[in-house]
Design a protein around this ligand. Structure first.
Ligand SMILES: *Cc1c(COP(=O)(O)O)cnc(C)c1O
Length: 386
């Protein structure tokens, strides 16, 4: 047999050994043991099920195993949200006096965490342009930099980070937020980075009904993060984990449709006179299209565009769409539109918004599962009204 395709692994991974094809929701928070010796052993074992739910839960473990298999990682660890994952990774691996190199284009919550709690705890952060070759490596302070944190494609300008370049940085842990691509779109670990993290709330769970995060990498590193995470307590719920696993089962077909639609919509918007720029890694006009083609299998469901008329025009678009929903988040069945400067990235300082390319005319679109023609028709009617 040839090597199994990831779309097939999405179907076969994360099954328990009961014979059931769909996962069991384990609601118990505690498990009885055979006696004092077993309870005592369980209390000091790492990332084991059958003890206490905050330490590990069998439903959550199946989701983690599926993600580990899809990312070709030794292990994975789930959290109650993507931010639960990101904040736990940072606080598990970085201490006061340490330094982090991060991309200036990042999820708004991640930027707010780096500028808020990290700075307050004395963790120094340098922001760099992740799309600029050599920018991460140049900002590393030998012996001080503990982590290099990247997001690719990045929010909301769809910048692409070169994973091989990131992996070549020796010393600090290299972490990639791969949410926008999903595990079927790219696998950063295959290029040699230390950790890949996802907000599974988005494309992985995929139905806007679960809040979930996950990190994957080498077992020793995942175990170290686990040891911190049981104290941090951003534990994944078994209900959300089961929805995460259900999402993985259909991720292949959902992502394929969304990527096709996003590509069609990106081409349509690029040809419209009311739109001054379209950011989508699948477009040959994207400045890093060649890099995206090299390291991505698919270009994702998210794109952004610049409305020529600035904030007023952006407001008319968001207020005037009929089928498309004005909402934050991404990767679900419904096509969503948002204005990052006033929503997802409102916590980012105005001057930092400018460096990250978050302009007043920028709109972010998460392409859903509707007919492509209907989504484009909605844009057609709203752009005609400008
Ligand atoms: C949504 C998102 C997060 C945060 O995930 P939550 O599940 O909302 O906590 C982190 N990174 C990216 C790229 C995201 O889109």
């Amino acid at each position: 047999m040839p090597k199994q395709q990831p779309e097939t692994t999405a179907i076969t991974s994360g099954r328990d050994d009961s014979g059931a094809l769909s996962p069991t929701i384990w609601t118990s928070t505690t498990w009885q043991s055979s006696g004092l010796e077993e309870t005592s052993k369980a209390a000091v074992s790492v990332h084991q099920t059958g003890n206490y739910a905050r330490y590990s839960n069998p439903s959550v473990r199946e989701f983690e195993r599926a993600i580990a298999e899809l990312e070709d990682a030794e292990d994975a660890l789930a959290f109650g949200s993507g931010m639960g994952a990101i904040s736990s990774i940072i606080l598990a691996l970085c201490s006061t006096g340490d330094h982090i190199v991060a991309q200036s284009q990042l999820y708004g919550g991640t930027v707010a965490f780096l500028n808020g709690p990290c700075k307050r705890l004395g963790i120094d952060v340098t922001f760099v342009d992740g799309a600029k070759p050599g920018a991460f490596a140049a900002a590393v302070k030998p012996g001080k930099t503990m982590m290099v944190l990247a997001e690719s494609p990045s929010n909301p300008q769809m910048g692409i980070v070169d994973f091989s370049e990131l992996a070549a940085i020796k010393g600090p842990y290299t972490v990639v937020d791969s949410t926008l691509a999903t595990p079927l779109g790219q696998n950063p670990l295959a290029h040699g980075v230390s950790l890949v993290v996802h907000s599974a709330t988005k494309g992985i769970a995929g139905h806007n009904d679960a809040t979930l995060g996950v990190v994957a990498g080498e077992k020793d590193l995942i175990d170290a993060i686990w040891s911190y995470s049981v104290l941090h307590g951003a534990t994944a719920s078994p209900y959300d984990a089961v929805n995460g696993l259900r999402g993985i089962r259909t991720l292949g077909v959902r992502l394929a449709h969304q990527c096709n639609s996003a590509m069609e919509l990106a081409k349509y918007l690029a040809s419209h006179k009311a739109i001054s720029a379209v950011h989508y890694p699948g477009l040959s006009s994207h400045p890093q299209h060649a890099l995206a083609e090299k390291q991505m299998r698919q270009f994702g469901s998210l794109l952004s565009c610049e409305v020529a008329g600035g904030k007023d025009a952006a407001r008319k678009v968001v207020d005037g769409v009929k089928l498309i929903c004005p909402a934050v988040s991404l990767g679900g069945p419904e096509t969503l539109i948002c204005h990052p400067a006033s929503s997802t990235h409102v916590g980012v300082l105005p001057e930092d918004q400018v460096t990250a390319g978050i302009t007043q005319g920028l709109l972010r679109v998460s392409v859903g599962l509707e007919s492509t023609a209907d989504v484009i028709a909605d844009f057609q009617q709203v752009l005609a009204s400008l």
